[in-house]
Design a binder for this molecule. Structure first.
Ligand code: ZN
Length: 326
């Protein structure tokens, strides 16, 4: 399904820089760009940061911002113009800029970092909404980088058990920075991910209490979330997490569970522990139904795997390709 968010931006003539770009993946990036708070109210100051994560010289950094006003049907009613916020020459360390006045109601803000290094110039575009998001039934983009048809979309859904919504927002930011932008593979592909926050709540049940408590209670706008490959029901209390109705549950503070469940929902990976859920995908499996199948697949991984890495997961009758420290 085509997401209304980008479709309407295109209809409104807004230049969607996102998704048209150039270099989509990057190993050992020099910087990671983020904004804080991740989902600011109309009056909150917003700090943009370019965090240095590896050595590498930056000749020039520029930060631009465009502020559009949108309505409940996601039409841009007032289109902003791109403004240069700051230029840095030969900067060292982390870069940051704070916009101390809030952006106002019903805003969709796009910021663009342009880094010139001795080798190349790279541009990073991020779009976020101010809180509350006016578009009926749709989750607010809080870190959007590409056309939803081209990238992975992950929606954070607050559980009714959350007592402080600001804590939830902080954990949403933590999932982006400390899970997706930290794990080496998803960091490499970080520009292939959009993140959203849902206003409507859901309620997670414990895997071991399914017979009593039933499946996860889905948010009332769940039918509008089908564009998203991942829907994370973020709760506060400790539960045994699972996926149900296209939604996976996770403790909001648990960065590992989010990555594990995203492995299933976004990337089609199956469990690699003995009593997990196993299946052999038609393409790019990470579980094999036979030892011989796993051994034969080892050569697909170049020098990374050998046939001797093929082992059974517990006593499940399923096999994976594993090095000794996995
Ligand atoms: Zn699993």
């Amino acid at each position: 399904m085509k997401n209304l968010f980008v479709l309407k931006m295109k209809q409104a003539g807004f230049v969607v820089l996102m998704g048209m770009s150039f270099i989509s993946c990057e190993k050992n990036p020099i910087t990671l760009v983020l904004h804080s708070p991740i989902y600011p109210s109309e009056s909150q100051a917003v700090t943009y940061t370019a965090e240095r994560v590896t050595d590498g010289s930056i000749t020039t950094a520029k930060l631009y911002e465009t502020v559009n006003t949108i309505n409940s049907s996601n039409t841009i009613t007032t289109a902003g113009t791109e403004t240069l916020l700051q230029t840095w020459n030969n900067p060292s360390g982390d870069l940051s800029f704070t916009k101390s006045s809030g952006h106002g109601d019903n805003k969709l803000v796009t910021y663009r970092w342009v880094f010139t290094t001795p080798d190349q110039t790279k541009s990073f575009n991020v779009t976020y909404a101010t809180n509350p998001y006016p578009v009926t039934n749709m989750p607010a983009p809080v870190y959007a980088q590409g056309d939803p048809d081209d990238v992975f979309d992950l929606v954070f859904i607050p559980d009714t058990d959350i007592t402080n919504i600001n804590t939830f927002y902080t954990h949403c930011s933590g999932v982006i920075r400390q899970s997706f932008f930290d794990e080496s593979h998803t960091q490499f592909w970080r520009r292939q991910h959009n993140f959203y926050i849902n206003a409507q709540t859901g309620h997670a049940t414990d895997y071991d209490r399914r017979a009593i408590d039933g499946p996860h209670q889905l948010p009332s706008n769940n039918s509008f979330l089908s564009f998203a490959e991942g829907k994370a029901l973020m709760h506060q209390n400790d539960l045994r997490d699972w996926a149900s109705g296209g939604v996976f549950s996770t403790e909001m503070q648990n960065r590992g569970t989010v990555m594990h469940e995203a492995g299933h929902s976004l990337y089609g990976l199956k469990d690699e522990y003995g009593n997990g859920t196993h299946a052999q995908q038609a393409e790019f499996p990470n579980n094999w139904s036979t030892l011989a199948g796993a051994q034969a697949a080892a050569s697909d991984y170049g020098s990374c795997k050998e046939a001797s890495d093929a082992v059974e997961m517990g006593s499940s009758g399923w096999y994976h390709l594993c090095v000794s420290n996995c």
